[in-house]
Design a protein around this ligand. Structure first.
Ligand code: DGJ
Length: 733
């Protein structure tokens, strides 16, 4: 079993193939963290803790005269609060007696095969090929009878440990949970860099790397969604870690709402990292015998740098996260109407675009925003999910039938969580949106947010959207969300429960998705929040792919897709070829390069096919065919970032390698051309040294070793031109 309790040493040991996680029940029954890192065979690592008398670090009462036992100093698995640990805390409660204190001691544990479940929240699941064991540890506060249950599941072969926390109010009085972090890890050292992925709308997930320093560094979201600005994924790594080298710890939160990650370097150069729901605006009421479940954090450790870390996440997120049966299938190549028409279309125009797209190798036509209610711009119509027959004369069914007759599948855009003030839904139910009485509701893109903390609102949406999905032959849904939450106040909840609304919104969203997405296993769902504003594992549980960014500029996309690839598999990153000059940046890049960049993800188009030349369409068709042929290599192969576009300005390159290393696709885009430039050599990765490979279109045979150490001389490319190398293993030189 990958989880053990060693009775005589009082240690809990979690083992995966390559890593070890160890905890210990200390004197007086506190739970201390001992180790997380490279695998160490079963050995009590309790010797790492060296008690010392530390000034101004208090001692629990039961330690008597022992001034060396202090929770302010010892590494903990779940920190107490209000009782001697002054570092950022795992929990903050307001008890029924008005006190702000929690001091948990181990009161029991349970080890069982299989994965724990988190009711109402997405989390990883075990497949029949996985060996997964679970440990639950109870930490009970003897004076308040509040109990915290720490949950750990170990995916042994996949080198993944998941964590979650549950809080149970065993007190006879109501309590408030003001902070609950799903994961706390106390490292006994501090020589780490903190890596996180920041950005903004149309420029998401830029890599930021900084050494940790005294005090607290934090990232997070208070926008109601995981956000464009910070992604719920961080890495702690050695200062000299790179793609192939160094210790890296990944933390990925399976949650789509407000989150916070805090890293604290303390007075003794130890590091505490915490990850969970953002405490800002959060206060959850727990009546006697009520329970709160906090979302899951997926932990991965690599002793061999970022590439290995990414592979661990890619493998587990591909196989153990998304519930949709569509996730495992080859994805259709779509053409989306948004950048082709925006709101200005009718069925004739759409059919013309679809007809021309057939020749480009497209499988599916997606009708984006503007097909419903009164929706000629973004100021009205959201909430009225009835077809606009002045634009679509034969309705959705008529249009989808005609699209199907062209040999294409039909997909549709929806934004169920929102309402326009100028809509029948809002006029009928103004109290269905989040807003505070006597305070004018803040608008975002002219729209308001529906109160998904209300079950009646969620049930209404499930009925409405299900009706739309069943009204025509819809095989693909793009689920969008185009503003942040403000005034998170519900019209039907008592004042002392308003601090639950941000979280209850997310639970409501998952409830809706459970009923709509899981109820339509034949539909491929595509996530979107103004592009990548909610690109997180919580959404990937429902949508196997996400529209990575509203920015379709191929050169900007090099950075966006680079950052995204650190944790999210290529099979989740939706990327389209759009028109030039690009609508976001005004840049012009060749059609070939746009295709090369788009096929570093889930490939598709976002343009008016009726305005393309025959040559352009022919190139698109060739790229579609090439992509389809190599889909499994791209989507399921091991991914290698060959350059960092934030550092290497000259060119950006990446590579997909099949698991058995028999084929590979390497791509390069020249991003900063200099005249009379030195010869470039592209050094590949992930091949077998001693195997031989042929590059398509080249008669020579190369050894893996030569390709990886000496490299391939890159032809002389112009600015933004690109080149691809498709390699197959051959028997001998
Ligand atoms: C934002 C999305 O990211 C776009 O692709 C498009 O669907 C618009 N919303 C439609 O309003």
């Amino acid at each position: 079993m990958s989880v053990r309790y060693v009775e005589d040493k009082k240690t809990f040991i979690l083992q995966t193939r390559h890593c070890t996680y160890q905890m210990k029940i200390s004197e007086y029954d506190y739970l201390l963290h001992l180790y997380y890192g490279e695998r160490i065979e079963d050995e009590d690592l309790g010797y790492l803790i060296r008690p010392q008398d530390r000034g101004f670090s208090p001692n629990p009462n039961e330690a008597g005269n022992d001034r060396t036992f202090s929770l302010d100093v010892f590494p903990q698995e779940f920190s107490s609060d209000g009782c001697s640990d002054y570092r950022v805390s795992s929990i903050e409660v307001k008890n029924g007696d008005g006190s702000y204190a929690f001091m948990g001691k181990v009161s029991g544990y349970n080890i069982y095969p299989g994965k724990y479940r988190l009711e109402g929240l997405p989390s990883l699941f075990a497949t029949e090929n996985d060996t997964v064991d679970t440990l639950e540890i109870w930490l009970r506060d003897a004076s308040t009878k509040v109990t915290v249950i720490l949950c750990y599941s170990v995916f042994e072969e996949k080198d993944i440990i998941t964590r979650a926390v549950k809080v149970f109010n065993g007190n006879e009085k109501t309590m408030y949970l003001n902070r609950i972090m799903s994961t706390t890890i106390d490292f006994m050292e501090s020589a780490f860099d903190f890596v996180h992925f920041d950005g903004r709308h149309t420029m998401e997930r830029n890599l930021t790397r900084e050494p940790i320093s005294y005090g607290v560094q934090s990232i997070g979201s208070t926008r109601g969604a995981s956000s464009h600005q910070h992604n719920p994924f961080v890495i702690l790594c050695d200062h000299d870690a790179n793609e192939e080298y160094g210790n890296c710890y990944g933390f990925s939160l399976v949650y789509s709402g407000n989150f916070r990650c805090e890293v604290e370097k303390d007075q003794f150069d130890q590091t505490r990292i915490q990850f969970g729901i953002n405490p800002k605006g959060f206060s959850y009421q727990l009546k006697p015998n009520e329970k709160f479940i906090a979302p899951e954090v997926v932990l991965a450790y690599s002793s061999q740098g970022f590439t290995k870390l990414s592979h661990l996440y890619h493998n587990v997120y591909r196989e153990n996260l998304c519930r949709s049966p569509r996730a495992k299938e080859i994805r259709p190549i779509v053409i989306n109407s948004w950048e082709a028409t925006y709101f200005n279309f009718d069925d004739t125009k759409l059919l013309n675009i679809a007809r021309e797209a057939v020749d480009m190798g497209v499988d599916l036509f997606v009708l984006d925003d503007g097909w419903f209610g009164k929706r000629d711009d973004d100021s009205s119509g959201l909430g009225d999910w009835n077809v606009n027959t002045s634009k679509l004369k034969k309705g959705l069914k008529g249009l989808s039938d005609e699209i199907n007759q062209l040999g294409l599948k039909f997909g549709l855009w929806i934004e169920p969580e929102m309402v326009s003030e100028d809509s029948n839904l809002y006029r009928a139910h103004p109290d269905w949106c989040l807003s505070i009485p006597k305070r004018p509701a803040t608008r975002g893109r002219f729209q308001l947010v529906l109160d998904l903390s209300r079950k009646d609102v969620c049930d209404y949406l499930i009925k409405e959207i299900n009706q739309v999905l069943d009204s025509a032959n819809i095989e693909y849904i793009k689920w969008d969300m185009n503003r942040c939450i403000t005034e998170a106040w519900s019209h039907v909840v008592e004042p002392d429960k308003q601090g639950e609304i941000y979280h209850r919104y997310v639970l409501g969203l998952y409830y809706i998705l459970d009923h709509i997405v899981l109820g339509h296993p034949d539909i491929l769902f595509d996530g979107c929040a103004g592009g990548g504003g909610r690109y997180d594992p919580g959404m990937l549980y429902y949508h196997p792919q996400i529209w990575c960014s509203d920015n379709t500029d191929a050169v900007n996309r090099l950075k966006i897709q680079y950052g995204t690839s650190f944790v999210y598999p290529i099979s989740t990153i939706e990327s389209h070829v759009s028109v030039c000059p690009n609508h976001q940046t005004g840049r012009t890049v060749s059609m070939k390069t746009r295709g090369v960049v788009a096929m570093n993800g889930i490939f598709g188009f976002e343009l008016d096919s009726t305005k393309m030349s025959r040559e352009e369409k022919e190139l698109c068709r060739e790229q579609s065919e090439f992509y389809r042929k190599h889909y499994w290599l791209i989507a399921n192969g091991d991914y290698y970032r060959l350059t960092n576009p934030f550092e290497n300005k000259e060119y950006t390159a990446w590579q997909h390698v099949s698991k058995d290393k028999t084929e590979s696709l390497a791509s390069l885009v020249l991003t900063d051309k200099e005249s009379n430039a030195p010869q470039l050599y592209l050094k590949l990765k992930g091949l077998n040294d001693s195997d031989f490979y042929r590059i398509q279109g080249d008669d020579r045979i190369y050894s893996g070793k030569a390709l990886m150490t000496a490299g391939i001389p890159v032809p002389n490319l112009a600015q933004y031109e690109s080149v691809q190398y498709y390699l197959t293993k051959v028997k001998e030189a």
